[in-house]
Design a protein around this ligand. Structure first.
Ligand SMILES: NC(=O)c1ccc[n+]([C@@H]2O[C@H](COP(=O)([O-])OP(=O)(O)OC[C@H]3O[C@@H](n4cnc5c(N)ncnc54)[C@H](O)[C@@H]3O)[C@@H](O)[C@H]2O)c1
Length: 425
């Protein structure tokens, strides 16, 4: 396969894939009505005129539509991958060839290429950084602090990135304001729950072609993503078991009708495991030792640290790929354990990530948060900020309109009732 030359401004797998990428980007666009409306407004108002943006996101057809929207709003955008396995090579090719948006991303790139691509995106000298997991900010702060003078702010897409950035803000390492797009209700209630729920199961199905009905499926973490995965697995007929460390979330899982138990117990009986905690070492040697013959393990949390792969390697006498994204590990006692997608986000590694209809809302938040950052950066501190409620409501309203759903409006009398303390006495 040929790599693009520097003159095409980017580094993608094969520029000849562009046509396939274009069809994919246009298909996604049809399912992103809110972003379409924002794009129209951006074309007219040019809120990002002259703003240099570097975005480290999963390079998918939905991200392409976000990049095009930002560009149409006047921004000078470059993209790099936020995960070595999540790039859709045809989309990356099309962004470079047809939309002239420099893109540095190759599916399956090794770690040094991955960070090399982040460095290339930083060479763009961004005014705004856009992250999914905070690798761009972290690399900027540690390896290219000379660029800080140009930066007015950034946005962050996912739970793990927000946790990292809040930790940085707390110890004073964060050097510019960030808007936590993940914290918008129109992001995590929909993307994390319905998006990750459906697409993680989709990834497991595409990799294994298993029948979910009748399987014992263990979900580690009953956060927004875990709730979605558990709900969809139940819908397909799985016997869902949840593991948690937070008693409130564990109780919620019990009340939602799931069995809850410690992972050491679940390890003995699970057929399929999926980790979505945002934490590390969820499946370790003590669990691999107890797993049944043929257990399938996967992760949909942001980093590939939820499954202790070095421990799995240590316990096994050999490994071999048996299907795309399925690695068979033979344990020293003869049992086989199947690891999906190298322990990386299974919905992006083996499937296509979230459906466009979900990313429509997440990326509407990204676009409007960027506009907000340009307008308000001087008023903001070196902290992590939530998306203003007004933006959340605006996105929900536009989405409902696009779905043809109408809702009631508070009457002035009701507004007054809700605002006063002496009503109802
Ligand atoms: N696959 C995707 O496309 C996708 C989409 C959005 C978010 N994410 C990622 O998924 C992860 C989870 O996100 P979320 O929004 O659900 O977070 P969340 O904070 O809502 O939920 C995480 C849950 O995991 C639990 N947990 C922590 N340590 C645990 C342990 N040792 N055992 C069992 N449970 C444990 C926490 O108590 C919490 O309830 C993050 O890494 C996030 O970045 C992935």
């Amino acid at each position: 396969m040929e790599t693009t030359t520097a003159k095409l401004n980017g580094d993608v797998k094969d520029i000849a894939l562009a046509e396939k990428g274009k069809r994919k980007i246009e298909w996604a666009n049809q399912h992103m009505p809110v972003l379409q409306l924002i794009r129209k407004q951006f074309i007219k108002e040019q809120p990002l005129k002259g703003v240099r943006m570097s975005a480290c996101l999963h390079i998918t057809s939905e991200t392409a539509n976000l990049a095009i929207t930002l560009r149409d709003g006047g921004a000078d955008v470059v993209l790099c991958a936020s995960n070595p396995l999540s790039t859709q090579d045809e989309v990356a090719a099309c962004l470079v060839k047809d939309y002239n948006i420099p893109t540095y991303a190759i599916k399956g790139e090794d770690n040094s290429t991955y960070y090399g691509h982040i460095m290339s995106a930083l060479d763009h000298q961004p005014n705004i950084t856009m992250d999914d997991g905070a690798d761009l900010v972290t690399t900027l702060l540690t390896k290219r602090p000379d660029l800080l003078g140009n930066v007015i702010g950034g946005t962050e897409e996912t739970t793990t990135g927000v946790i990292r950035l809040r930790a940085m803000a707390k110890d004073g390492t964060l050097k510019y304001p960030i808007i936590a797009v993940n914290d918008a209700l129109t992001k995590h209630l929909f993307d994390n729950r319905y998006g990750t729920g459906q697409s993680s199961i989709d990834g497991i199905l595409r990799a294994t072609n298993l029948l979910i009905a009748g399987l014992r499926l263990v979900v580690a973490g009953y956060g927004w993503c875990g709730k979605g995965v558990a709900m969809r697995a139940k819908g397909l007929g799985a016997d869902v078991i949840v593991t948690e460390t937070n008693p409130v979330r564990a109780l919620e899982a019990v009340m939602d009708g799931f069995r809850v138990m410690p992972m050491v117990e679940a390890a003995k009986i699970g057929d399929v495991f999926i980790t979505v905690t945002g934490n590390k070492s969820i499946l370790t040697h003590e669990h691999f030792e107890k797993m049944k013959e043929g257990a399938v393990i996967s992760n949909s949390g942001h980093f590939n640290v939820e499954i202790d792969i070095p421990a799995l390697e240590k316990l096994s006498s050999g490994k071999k790929p048996v299907r795309p994204f399925v690695e068979e590990y033979t344990m020293k006692d003869g049992r086989k354990i199947y690891l999906l997608g190298e322990g990386r986000l299974i919905n992006l590694a083996a499937a296509e990530g979230h459906p466009a209809a979900v990313m429509d809302m997440s990326f509407a938040n990204q676009a409007l948060a960027s506009e907000y950052m340009v307008k308000h950066a001087n008023e903001l501190q070196k902290q992590v900020y939530s998306v203003p409620e007004l933006i959340d409501r605006q996105i929900a309203k536009l989405k409902l309109e696009s779905m043809g759903v109408q809702i009631d409006k508070l009457t002035p009398d009701q507004e007054q009732y809700l605002a006063s303390w002496d009503e109802g006495t």
